[in-house]
Design a protein around this ligand. Structure first.
Ligand code: NDP
Length: 269
C-alpha cells in the first residue's frame, strides 16, 4: 500500500456526493486538495472543514464545459503546488427517461459534454504535467451504466461507455510512461445525483429493479482504496461484476430482460 501523504489531488465535482466524501478522505491521508465545481459556496465550506481539521485544501470555481475554466484550474494548481499527483475525474450529470423525451440540448449534448468530453479535456490538460514527471494517477468515474447499457439511461450509458473506452485506451497508451489509469464503476448510490436526474414516471419504474443504493461514504472509501492500491478498475457493489459477466457472455439474454421491462413500462404518450 502506498502513502498519499503530501500528494496533490485535483477533484472535479467536489461540491457534493462522491467528490465531497473523497476529498475528506484524501485530506485525512495528508493530501493537498484542489476542489473544483460550479457551486463555490459548497466548495468553500468543504475547504474550510478540511482546513479546520488540520488539512490543506483550496476551492476553484470551474464549469467543466468551459475550456478556459479547465485551463485556469490546471494552471492555478501547477502555479500553487508545482504538480498534480492524482486527478479524480468525477464531475457528472444524469438523466433517466425514455429517449424520445430527452431534450436534444440538455439531455443529449450537455450530458455527453459534461460526462465524457469534459473528462477527456481535463485529462488532456493535466496529463502533460504528469508525463513530464513520469508519474501520476488518473481515476475516472464511470458507472455500471458504462458496463451494461440499459433502457431509460441511453445517453448516460453512452457517455459512461465512452469514459470506459477512453480510460482503457489511455491506460494502454500511458502505463509504460509511468502513469496509472483507473476506472470506477459504481452501481446506484444515495447522493444529490438522484434529485436532478428527472423524477418522472419512467424513473419510478426503475424502483422495482434498483432496490438498494450504496452510501456516498462507502463509494468514497473504495475510491480511496484504489488510490492507495492502484488497479485498473473497480466495480461496486460486487454483484454488478456478475451482471457484467452476464452482459459479456449472454448479451441476447440481457436484451430479453430489457425488452420485457420496456414492454411493461413504456407508455407512448
Ligand atoms: P452529485 O450530483 O452529488 O455530484 C455531481 C458533481 O458534479 C457535483 O459536485 C457537481 O458540482 C459536479 N458537476 C456537475 N456538472 C458540472 C459542471 N458543468 N462543471 C463542474 N462540475 C459539475 O452526484 P454523485 O456524487 O453521485 O456523482 C458523481 C459522479 O459519479 C458522476 O460522474 C456520476 O455520473 C457518477 N455516478 C453516480 C452514481 C450514483 O448513483 N449517484 C452511480 C455511478 C456513477 P456543481 O453542481 O457544483 O458544479
Amino acid at each position: 500500500m502506498r502513502s498519499l501523504e503530501g500528494k496533490v489531488v485535483l477533484i472535479t465535482g467536489a461540491s457534493s456526493g462522491f467528490g465531497e466524501e473523497v476529498a475528506v478522505l484524501f485530506a485525512q491521508e495528508g493530501c493537498k486538495l484542489v476542489l473544483a465545481a460550479r457551486r463555490m459556496d459548497r466548495l468553500q465550506a468543504l475547504a474550510a472543514k478540511i482546513q479546520d481539521n488540520g488539512g490543506e485544501a483550496i476551492a476553484i470555481p470551474v464549469d467543466v464545459v468551459n475550456l478556459v475554466d479547465i485551463q485556469n484550474m490546471v494552471e492555478s494548481t501547477i502555479d500553487l503546488y508545482g504538480q498534480i499527483d492524482i486527478l479524480f475525474n468525477n464531475a457528472g450529470i444524469g438523466r433517466v427517461d425514455w429517449f424520445e423525451n430527452f431534450s436534444a440540448e440538455r439531455d443529449i449534448q450537455m450530458l455527453v459534454h459534461v460526462n465524457l468530453i469534459s473528462l477527456m479535456q481535463v485529462t488532456h490538460a493535466v496529463l502533460p504535467h504528469m508525463l513530464k514527471r513520469g508519474e501520476g494517477h488518473i481515476i475516472n468515474m464511470s458507472s455500471v451504466a458504462g458496463l451494461i447499457p440499459a433502457p431509460l439511461i441511453t445517453t448516460y450509458a453512452a457517455s459512461k461507455h465512452g469514459v470506459r473506452a477512453f480510460t482503457d485506451a489511455l491506460r494502454r497508451e500511458v502505463t509504460p510512461l509511468g502513469i496509472t489509469i483507473s476506472g470506477i464503476y459504481p452501481g446506484p448510490a444515495k447522493t444529490e445525483f438522484g434529485s436532478h436526474i428527472g423524477k418522472n414516471e419512467a424513473y419510478a419504474a426503475t424502483k422495482n429493479i434498483v432496490r438498494s443504493r450504496m452510501t456516498s461514504e462507502y463509494v468514497a472509501s473504495r475510491v480511496l482504496d484504489v488510490a492507495l492500491r492502484p488497479r485498473r478498475s473497480l466495480i461496486i457493489p460486487w454483484h454488478y461484476r456478475i451482471a457484467f459477466a452476464f452482459e459479456m457472455l449472454f448479451p441476447v439474454m440481457m436484451d430479453w430482460f430489457s425488452y420485457a421491462f420496456s414492454k411493461i413500462n413504456h407508455k407512448i404518450k
